[in-house]
Design a protein around this ligand. Structure first.
Ligand code: SAM
Ligand code: SF4
Length: 458
């Protein structure tokens, strides 16, 4: 290698940012956008806190456990900040995301090492706020819901090369389920315009992305501005995105049963780029509990909806979210949840113990269920859900599925990808197949993944 000439000016050391993401896919997307905004300011990402000039925790407030994890991480960041300070280095500690929004000043009180508290609607202001912190203006808390459009103000996307990507199309929620903090932390529902989303998707596809998952807390309630300023539904947005050459697969999450419109259901039949997988939370099987949750659908409504969806796309894989131990839930109510899981037959499900969240109506309702009862119900429910995984994955053994290979597998010579039904599939495959959709004959099913051989590669 050529030596630099003596006396030549050295390039300044790049600044390094450590980002840890908690919670949902929307936080993953937000972290990527923050990293991109910081890259324009000369930051590169690091996984080592000890070398980070800036450490960001992008946090989740949905359940108590998720929020408390942040404080234990802040203890570790405080120690790293001290160690770096003893070497004369500055570390700016930032708490972003929904804990930042919900707890604001309280974070600085509990964790004085924090320099910046930043709500999810203000990420575009990150460079400007960091400059203020560096000037020694003291700790800053920015948790307003600004008037300007965060997405419009963020720099255009320059994502890293990848096969799959998230794209936030809708944010916030006006549904006010009585257990949920989202309407308070993410604000009212907003939808991004179709043109901006098509532009962002095209940039992703130019970087090699073949599959995009559209994100929103109520993604099927999407109603962004389309051509001639007219509101466009999620089905309309998907139709526009499906025209992008090179984009092979489209998914969306999370949907509310109340917003599952006929045109979206029909699109599952008509649009081959739209994958046969639908995450449709039902939360509880007893109508009394659903009413107390303010879900505005009954168990029967949910079953009728599933019937309509399966009539349009019989092979669709369904996934859901379920809460056990909502205030006043009895054993008989919980049995209805189990019955609904068994009747529908889910390919996948997330299940949670009800966690009282400050400021939400359910947190002060009578009949809070004891922890040991919630634990026992969750255990029973998870047994039923796992039996469902085994049935769903077992049913594809001996069949051929189209797999989009995403990355290297655990073993040498292996790639891993996803079936149309979002199942993880491992197969021996050359690296050149990354980003390709390939027929794989499925030989084995485990509860959480499949393995097989590529057609024509035996
Ligand atoms: N918008 C989606 C919907 O309507 O179903 C869900 C968004 S939320 C981020 C994800 C899941 O977290 C919810 O579906 C619910 O099952 C769970 N969740 C929300 N608040 C909860 C709480 N207080 N305790 C336990 N689980 C909760
Ligand atoms: Fe929370 Fe979803 Fe209900 Fe909105 S619809 S309040 S995000 S659970």
């Amino acid at each position: 290698m050529e030596e630099p000439p003596t006396g030549a000016a050295r390039a300044p050391e790049p600044k390094r940012v450590f980002i840890k993401t908690f919670g949902c896919q929307m936080n993953v997307y937000d972290s990527e956008r923050m990293a991109e905004a910081l890259a324009s300011e000369g930051y590169i990402e690091t996984e080592d806190v000890a070398e980070a000039d800036l450490a960001i925790l992008n946090t989740c407030h949905i359940r108590e456990k998720a929020a408390e994890k942040v404080y234990s991480d802040l203890g570790r960041l405080r120690d790293a900040k001290r160690a770096r300070a003893s070497e004369g280095k500055q570390t700016v500690v930032t708490v972003a995301g929904c804990v930042a929004q919900a707890e604001g000043e309280e974070i600085i009180r509990r964790a004085p090492a924090v320099d910046l508290v930043l709500g999810p609607q203000s990420y575009h202001r990150l460079p400007e706020l960091l400059a203020k912190v560096s000037r020694g203006d003291g700790a800053i808390v920015e948790t307003t819901f600004p008037d300007e459009d965060k997405f419009g103000a963020l720099p255009a996307r320059k994502p890293a090369k990848a096969v799959t990507a998230f794209l936030t199309v809708q944010e916030g929620c006006d549904k006010f389920c009585t257990f949920c903090v989202v309407p308070y932390t993410r604000g009212m529902e907003i939808s991004r315009p179709v043109a901006a989303l098509v532009d962002e998707a095209e940039r992703l596809v130019d970087r090699g992305v073949r599959e995009i998952t559209l994100l929103g807390q109520n993604v099927n309630g999407y109603h962004g501005e389309g051509s001639k300023g007219k509101a466009t539904s999620l089905a309309g947005l998907i139709r526009a995105l499906a025209k992008i050459e090179g984009l092979a697969r489209i998914r969306y999450t999370t949907s509310h049963p109340r917003d599952m419109s006929d045109d979206l259901i029909a699109l599952h039949r008509d649009e081959e780029k739209l994958m046969p997988f639908l995450h449709l939370p039902f939360q509880a099987g007893a109508d009394r509990i659903l009413a107390a949750m303010n879900r505005k659908h009954t168990a029967h409504d949910y079953l009728m909806l599933v019937e309509r969806i399966r009539a349009a796309r019989p092979d669709i894989a369904l996934s859901t979210d379920i809460i056990v131990g909502f205030p006043s839930e009895t054993d008989a109510d919980f049995d209805r949840t189990i019955a609904l899981v068994e009747t529908v037959g889910f390919a996948h499900a997330f299940s949670f113990k009800y966690s009282p969240r400050p400021g939400t109506p359910a947190s002060t309702m009578d009949g809070q269920v004891p922890e040991h009862v919630k634990r026992a119900r969750l255990e029973r429910l998870q047994g039923v859900i796992e039996a469902g995984y085994a049935r769903f994955n077992g049913a594809v053994v001996g069949k051929t599925v189209q797999v989009l290979f995403e990355k290297d597998g655990r073993h040498a010579g292996q790639l891993v990808g996803r079936s149309p039904y979002l199942q993880l599939v491992h197969a021996n495959a050359p690296p050149s197949l990354k980003g390709q959709i390939v027929d794989v004959d499925i030989l084995n099913a485990q509860p959480n993944s499949l393995s097989g051989v590529i057609r024509g590669l035996q």
